[in-house]
Write a protein that binds this ligand. Sequence first.
Ligand SMILES: [Zn+2]
Length: 599
Amino acid sequence: MNQGAAVLTAAAIRPDYRSGRSYRYLVISGGKVRALADTAAQAARAAGSPAFWADLGSACVGPGFIDTHVHALQAAADVRLVSLRQAASLRELLSAVREGALGRPAGQWTVSGRNWHESQLREGRLPTRAELDALGAAGPILLRRGSHLGVLNSLALARLEADAGRPGAEPIPAAGGTGHVHSDALIARALELAGGRPAFAERCEDLAAVLARFNARGLTSIREAGVDGPELALFQALRQRDWLSLRCDLLWRIAEGSDLDSAVRQIADMPPGIPAQDPYLRLTGVKAFVDGRIADAAIGGEPGREDTCAQPFRVTPADLGVIVEQALRRSGGIGCHAVGDAAVRVVLDAYERALAAGWAREPRQLVIEHALNCAPETVRRLAASGVSVSAHPGIVYEFAEEIRRYWGETNAARAAPVRDMVSAGVRVAAGSDGDVPPFDPLRGIWFMATRTDRSGGLIGEDQAIARNVALDLYTRCGAVLLGVQARRGELRPGLDADLVAFSADPLSCPVDELPDIEILLTLVGGRAVHDPARLMEGACPLWLIRRSSSTATSSMPAAPACSVTSTSWSGTARSPKWARGARPRPAAACRSSICGAHT
Ligand SMILES: [Zn+2]
């Protein structure tokens, strides 16, 4: 009995992005793809009766996106803060701060999110204390930029000054200065004064809101690049409440800068007992840091540039060997942050020893995170070793100016050498490193195809790849990196119904329209996790899309104001700020057989 199957009809339904094959009909049941068909009669036979039919018209359907390196937790920590991400000039930045600060009671702080950078501003500089003061806000202001820099207004400096009597307190910068603060301790203290971090329940809501934002851009699986114990508990709480709207693989983070003893202790603390067969939440390995970021990456190949990289290595090769061994004894894998070529080579040495010693069952379990700067010889070694690379071209899109400045033109032209990796046969998959660079997969795919950076210039255009290859890196290759290619990454009978419906064909639309393609529908395990037009209403009754009354902050007035009841945050796909007020709501048990989420 085929009761409860759903049939999607669309202009093109692609089982993958490489083969060129497409169908008109897709049959889903039990959370899985049951059949692909060219005719309605074939689909009807496969679906049986009764079945739910959804006509997606001219939409294109393909496998959902897999981001193999993202920071959902970091994005969640920013949900309640003023977002400066969209500002293109100081004027826009300051007006976003003013908007966030106005109407707050005199004592209340205004704090910004971290995911912006002065290089995104036409003026190319940070705002100053005086400029913040001129906004006339009644309360203290702290603009965070990245993890280690803050800009304060005079009221905030005065608050810190008043607080500075504590023993061991950090010196406060002079009130007449720029207001720029480079002290982690001072920023942490300012955040405490601002009210500290939200309660656990609020953090759960914020994380659920970020996952919904991911769904709204077509993501169906992520690999979270580093959690500690309390952060793992957040994901587990979401899983328990059935609020995980996509599949999450987590890496257990060794804190950056840990010495060997501490790193080994942290690995030993990694909790066992998250079942590897859970389709929504897995703890799949350990994350370790080997070098720095753009300004202090262990790059090589351009003599004279390395002196700009003070102390790029976070770990010695010998210590890294111990960390890799311990991580593999404890867990199913390891991902090492290595940005520069010299760091990638050090990690490769350690991985090759681990493979020779038999600590890893297969090279896929050994992942190099970023590998942004790789000499041709290193690319050949990566291919020969069979280890995985999680590549993040979006970092190059976002930080092209810094890359040119710190690495020089020659290295900048080879930043994120995805084309070389693909043609050499490296086991590479795409990720975003969002939410600092944009997490949007279609933005990353557009960058890989055009190599157009944030300012509109070209960077490393020799490394451009065809868009079907870029789409493949964000889907099938992601599944290979996660070791789940037998279950997802493509749409074939028996595989999970993790899919996305696009408003235009990502393979044939004008290339510069890629980032603007609308995501009409996202299904994870056959259930609608993003469905603003209620296309699947009736297919899976208890995961209905309902009209929400609290989407006042939506930036898309024409879009239907909807939210998914099962994970009932509001806000729409493009909303740069997160709508407040909506509370995630646990789903009732779904008994429809198209939805495999609860089985
Ligand atoms: Zn990262």
